[in-house]
Design a protein around this ligand. Structure first.
Ligand code: BJW
Ligand code: ZN
Length: 262
């Protein structure tokens, strides 16, 4: 049973102000208001398609093994789109929260670099970064900002072919990053889950771990998800509108703006 609110109540603001150790997990939804498409809509019933293929196939280990050029084209398409895009008020708020709290950990599944563009200094990128490439021969990583790319970028260290430095389906997360995220989640007293459908693992296990570690879990999403049933609060709305409310002036009498779900 999780209370569903449509705006931040005074008691939630109290919880926020009293928190010392805060962790936040973000997903594609936080970038939606900047114009970045999400992967899934309608609770996962509709999935992002490009050239007739679903993202689960395009961003997969199998496609990289069989058609690495197509994988580069898919990411180059997204890089060109992202080159025009700026962070929104949701990203900016989280950058401010990093400065506000004694301990603050921002964990993102996004590869779009928009948290960094908004000023967040420490970001745990679970799924990599679209502006980096990784050598398929020696494994070294390097920045590739050019967009669109003319040809597959070559490794600066050994001249080998590269791939986008992102985590595709069926691949392991970068060494140590998930472990650092887990540690922050174990230690936080307030955990935010913002703009994720929470269907992709192991990221989706973090809200559950937070709950098990007795943190208060606050979800921010315009749709209900699997998290909503165990979150302490679900804030039903867009991240760019909801997150700034935690530090805005108190509203009068908004506590009645809630309902209960099963
Ligand atoms: C708003 C909003 C607004 C809209 N404001 N909100 C355990 C169980 C079952 C399966 C597995 C498991 N462990 C591993 C697996 C396999 C697989 C997996 O999880 N599959 C599931 C689909 C079932 N996981 C993996 O393969 C991972 N690797 C791994 O575990 O290695 C070990 C292993 C290997 C082999 C076998 C088994 C284990 C790697 C996962 C990597 C995922 N990578 C991608 C692509 C990255 C590159 C790219 O960008 O193309 O990452 S998939 C894609 O989904 C992307 C995202 O980061 C990720 C999560 O999506 P996200 O962020 O939640 O986005 P959406 O679109 O789903 O949701 C958006 C939400 O925003 C919605 O809820 C909206 O309502 C909301 N929203 N506007 C706030 N304004
Ligand atoms: Zn190399």
């Amino acid at each position: 049973m999780s209370p569903v609110l449509t705006q931040v109540s005074n008691s939630l603001r109290d919880l926020f102000e009293d928190a010392r150790r805060v962790a936040v997990l973000t997903g594609a939804g936080i970038s939606a208001e900047s114009g970045v498409p999400t992967f899934r809509v309608g609770g996962g019933s509709e999935i992002w398609m490009w050239r007739g293929r679903p993202v689960t196939e395009l961003s997969s280990r199998e496609l990289l093994a069989t058609d690495p050029k197509l994988v580069w084209e898919w990411f180059d398409h997204r890089r060109s789109m992202l080159a025009e895009i700026r962070p929104n008020s949701g990203h900016l708020m989280l950058a401010e929260w990093e400065r506000r709290f004694e301990e603050f950990t921002l964990i993102t599944q996004n590869i779009d670099d928009l948290h960094q563009a908004a000023g967040s200094l420490r970001v745990l990128e679970l799924h990599g970064n679209i502006w980096r490439a990784r050598c398929r021969r020696c494994g070294s990583t390097f920045e590739v900002r050019e967009s669109p790319i003319q040809e597959v970028p070559q490794c600066l260290a050994c001249g080998g072919p590269s791939r986008p430095d992102v985590v595709l389906f069926g691949e392991l997360l970068p060494e140590g990053v998930f472990e650092r995220a887990e540690k922050a989640v174990q230690n936080c007293d307030l955990f935010f889950v913002v703009g994720t459908s929470a269907v992709v693992y192991p990221a989706a296990s973090l809200p559950i771990a937070a709950k098990q570690a007795r943190a208060r879990v606050i979800e921010v999403n315009p749709e209900l998800t699997d998290i909503s049933v165990f979150a302490d609060f679900t804030l039903l709305g867009n991240a760019g509108q909801i997150l700034p409310q935690f530090t805005q002036g108190r509203f009068e009498g908004n506590s009645c703006d809630s309902q209960r779900i099963n």
